[in-house]
Design a protein around this ligand. Structure first.
Ligand code: M6R
Length: 365
């Protein structure tokens, strides 16, 4: 039930800190080593792995794009992320040393199940990341890592997304540990950083008032553009997906560096641009991209790191999130984007939990 919330989506947005804490619970042994019992792969399998493919649809695909950065950085293994409906009809180069991570909240998405089967046919090792115990995908995988988000009712996925990112973060650290790419204490430190996220998420969720005002401006727009770089790209894509699916506004996400190659032509006076501009090695690049769209008349909202006053000089509005390790920002930066989409949809009188033309679980091609 909605427990006093007007919509399941809002309830689920606010359940995210607890869902992340649950997903991270009891992932270590008494020595602080990460143990993923559900995985059933031994260290030798993981050490000999030479490639990871991630396959998924929609929001789960965006979680895969976020995880690519963590797995490559921490575990030192190349990652390709692919839309399941494309992967299943392709001839990817797969061997017993390929790990295919299939992500699906429901575990019942036809294309993701078919992509996993396609991988298994070619003897790749399949790990399912799912929120539903015993779902079809989990039964067909070699190993499973469960998110513990609890039931997600709203069609727009929120807590499933952030718990997938958290679970994939643990998987990345587990791979790093087994492949000896990080020292045990580095793994422990990074896991401890993940464990601090629920508290920081609470802080971001509490600052919601300002976002309702921002959403009013967004709801009046014909077109909303989201930009980011590095692991801000999947958050830009996710922000746009959330907004389009529940408010029906036209929204798109782009890697900010691609603007000059076409999308900047869309910028018009007063058109809203939401930029993921948190601290990290690409921060100054995003700030330049903000200046470029500003110069062409865009009204820019930046999602930035607390204390970053410089960004204020360039953006019209700034939404702050607490400072974290660069690889962990997506779990925080997506929160205001979920809230903006939610408020815009409510203002426009949309059916937030049951948007038109969409089903919660896509069991057809
Ligand atoms: O259950 P799954 O994770 O496999 O679902 C995948 C997509 O259908 C899902 O994420 C969809 O994009 C959501 N409606 C997005 O909010």
């Amino acid at each position: 039930e909605k427990q006093g919330y007007p919509h399941f989506m809002l309830k689920e947005i606010h359940e995210q800190p607890q869902a992340i804490a649950d997903t991270l619970l009891a992932r270590t042994d008494p020595d602080g080593r990460i143990v993923l019992d559900e995985l059933r792969f031994d260290g030798a399998d993981l050490r000999s792995a030479d490639k990871v493919y991630v396959v998924a649809c929609g929001t789960s695909y965006h979680a895969g794009l976020v995880a690519k950065h963590a797995i490559e950085h921490w575990a030192g293994i190349g990652v390709e992320v692919e839309i399941a409906s494309e992967f299943r009809y392709r001839d990817p180069i797969l061997t017993p040393h390929t790990i295919v991570v299939a992500i699906s909240q429901s575990g019942e998405t036809t294309d993701t199940i078919a992509a996993a089967a396609h991988a298994r046919d070619q003897r790749a090792r399949v790990v399912a990341i799912s929120n539903v115990v015993g779902s079809t995908l989990t039964r067909e995988a070699d190993a499973v890592l469960y998110t513990r988000a609890g039931p997600e009712i709203a069609v727009a996925s929120t807590k499933a997304f952030t718990t997938q990112i958290a679970a994939l973060g643990v998987l990345a650290l587990f791979l790093a540990q087994e492949r000896r790419k990080l020292f045990p204490e580095e793994c422990r430190d990074q896991l401890a950083r993940l464990e601090q996220l629920p508290e920081l998420m609470e802080q971001v969720l509490e600052a919601d008032g300002h976002l309702a005002e921002l959403a009013e401006r967004i709801a009046r727009a014909d077109y909303v553009m989201f930009i980011g770089r590095h692991n801000g790209v999947p958050i830009a894509l996710e922000g746009a997906l959330k907004l389009k699916e529940i408010s029906y506004l036209h929204a798109e996400g782009f890697p900010a560096g691609e603007m000059k190659h076409g999308p900047i032509a869309l910028i018009d006076s007063g058109g809203p641009v939401i930029a993921i501009a948190t601290r990290g090695h690409v921060h100054s690049k995003v700030v330049s991209n903000i200046q470029e769209v500003k110069a062409r008349g865009a009204e820019v909202t930046a999602i930035a790191t607390e204390g970053d006053t410089a960004v204020k000089e360039h953006a019209d509005h700034v939404v702050y999130v607490p400072e974290v390790h660069e690889l962990l920002y997506p779990i925080l930066t997506v929160l205001p984007l979920q809230a903006i989409a939610y408020h815009a949809a409510v203002l426009l009188g949309r059916d937030v939990d049951q948007p038109r033309n969409l089903a919660k679980t896509v069991t057809v091609e």
